[in-house]
Design a protein around this ligand. Structure first.
Ligand code: NAP
Ligand code: MG
Length: 482
């Protein structure tokens, strides 16, 4: 790791603190069960390509077993419990997650490549907080929806991506259980470990068998869960392309669907903003978690009068960014989650150059093993350029300029996506003016990538529909009768 500004000694978190089993089975009906096909796949550490464990591959037969277990647990146990009793289990799970926070953070970093600082300070605490938050709602649903009659949906099929593995699980499992549903969850192929550790936590919490089932796999595994006729709800977080397939598969069925999809979010910097703070915020908005963030501020719009100054400051700041071993507590940018994702990002770097944009990368040395990408800025980007329109899902920022508020609103909204946006200005009226005109589910002002369990999150347009988090997140798991 070379760095022109700092030269810190490595400060490595020890991987010896976690016990990863050589092989994981499926968690169905409270028990570990071998997959019907007898097939296992490897999960690797993207930081050095080392083998971590073998994971069971579930097919339609296993999905059927898991859905039956969830149905039986729903009908015989979970739907018969009071909200207070469900809340007690959720509190117990939240406390156990907190107790094992360090282990979960290291596991998340080993399996997914994100810096330990992020899994330790962001992913795991937020995941615990989601369970605490929804544990508190479990006996107050009547207050949440006063005057309304409702009931749980039944069995929820949940499918999560690899960028925030345990956090996305928490966003889905906690509200589902609080509302009285049972779940079958399929984690992403490259990051199953924390979901499997979560299954162990459910066992330790004494959660009744079948209330939570974890079916690992890739390829057809998720599609089999979506296609199962006894699933009442599909909650999906992932790419817009797969989200569209899921929506098609659910048309004409009674399944309730929520989709949390991709993004190409605009970060807007006005000339009156405190520039140094904004530069830090911009760095965070796109380089946090290697840019593997659905709501990453991947399109920066800078007011023309300050553009030169801001680009110079961003380049200077990038020179002191640490790219390297995710287990090093100094690391800012860890490993790209998979070889496939690294290839996608590299494809977009080539597209950006071919489109005539100017590329800047700091002069850092990447580790020789593993999947890494230098943080990248593109200037001279046309509004119609593919790098400004398509989700890259990596540490790549496009920079465009604007003169007026009307122009920036038009440019920012000229996207098939609408997940999030950021506004940087000292002028409060402009914050309200812009945020009401931007087509985005979340608009941050003078900050970015801030999450709270009480605050709903979700998209406009091709970024999906439905909200997770807050009271809104409960209604996604209830059927209203009036
Ligand atoms: P992905 O390829 O769409 O996969 C997401 C999940 O769906 C994985 O578990 C995947 O399994 C599974 N899957 C794949 N094909 C399926 C099918 N035909 N039917 C059912 N399930 C299927 O997305 P990803 O690459 O993991 O995640 C990155 C994407 O997620 C980005 O576009 C990002 O913006 C989005 N995201 C959105 C939010 C949000 O809240 N809006 C949050 C995080 C991420 P395999 O892994 O086995 O293929
Ligand atoms: Mg992995």
């Amino acid at each position: 790791m070379s760095n022109p500004t700092w030269n810190l000694e490595p400060s490595l978190e020890s991987a010896a603190q976690v016990q990863i089993k050589p092989q994981y089975e499926l968690f169905i009906d409270g028990k570990w069960q071998a997959p019907a096909s007898g097939t296992y796949f490897a999960t690797v550490n993207p930081a050095d390509e080392s083998h971590l464990a073998k994971i069971a591959w579930a097919n339609a037969t296993d999905i059927d077993l898991a859905v039956s277990a969830a149905r039986s647990a729903y009908e015989n146990v979970w739907s018969k419990l009071s909200g207070a009793a469900r809340g007690k289990y959720l509190f117990r799970i939240a406390r156990l997650m907190q107790e094992k926070a360090k282990e979960l953070a290291i596991m998340e970093t080993l399996d997914g490549g994100k810096p330990i600082r992020e899994s330790r300070d962001i992913d795991i605490p937020l995941a615990c907080n989601h369970f605490f938050y929804y544990a508190g709602w479990a006996d107050k649903l009547q207050e949440a929806f006063a005057g309304q009659q409702f009931e749980a949906l039944g069995v929820a099929g949940q499918i999560t991506p690899w960028n925030f593995p345990l956090l996305m699980l928490a966003w889905k499992v906690a509200p589902a259980l609080a509302c009285g549903n049972t779940v079958v969850l399929k984690p992403a192929e490259t990051t199953s470990l924390t979901a499997l550790k979560f299954a162990e936590i459910c066992q330790e919490a004494g959660l009744p068998a079948g209330v939570v089932n974890i079916v690992t796999g890739y390829g057809d595994t998720g599609a089999a869960l979506v296609a199962h006729s006894d699933v009442d709800k599909i909650a999906f977080t992932g790419s817009t392309a797969v989200g569209k397939q899921i929506q098609k598969a659910c048309i004409g069925t009674p399944k309730k669907v929520t989709l949390e999809l991709g993004g190409k979010s605009a970060n807007i910097l006005l000339e009156d903003a405190p520039i140094d703070q904004a530069v830090e915020g911009i760095i965070n908005s796109i380089f946090f978690n290697q840019g593997h963030v659905c709501c990453a501020g991947s399109r920066l719009f800078v007011q023309e009068s300050i553009a030169e100054q801001v680009v110079a400051k961003l380049k200077f700041r990038l020179q002191s960014i640490y790219v390297g071993n995710p287990l090093d507590k100094n690391t800012d940018i860890g490993a790209i989650n998979s070889k496939k994702q690294l290839e996608t990002i590299e494809k977009y770097l080539a597209i950006g150059l071919a489109e005539g944009a100017e590329m800047y990368q700091p002069d850092c040395t990447l580790p020789s093993q593993g999947f890494y990408c230098k943080p990248t800025l593109f200037t001279d980007v046309a509004q119609s350029a593919r790098i400004a329109q398509e989700e890259i899902f990596g540490p790549v920022l496009t920079i465009q300029t604007f003169r007026t508020m009307e122009e920036v609103v038009q440019k920012a909204n000229n996207s098939p996506y609408g997940l999030a946006a950021g506004v940087w200005t000292a002028n409060g009226a402009r914050i309200f003016g812009l945020s009401s005109q931007l087509h985005a589910g979340v608009v941050w002002a003078n900050t970015y990538n801030k999450f709270d369990p009480a605050s709903p999150f979700g998209g406009y347009k091709e970024s999906g529909f439905g909200r997770e988090g807050g009271r809104h997140g409960l209604s996604a798991y209830l059927k209203f009768k009036n």
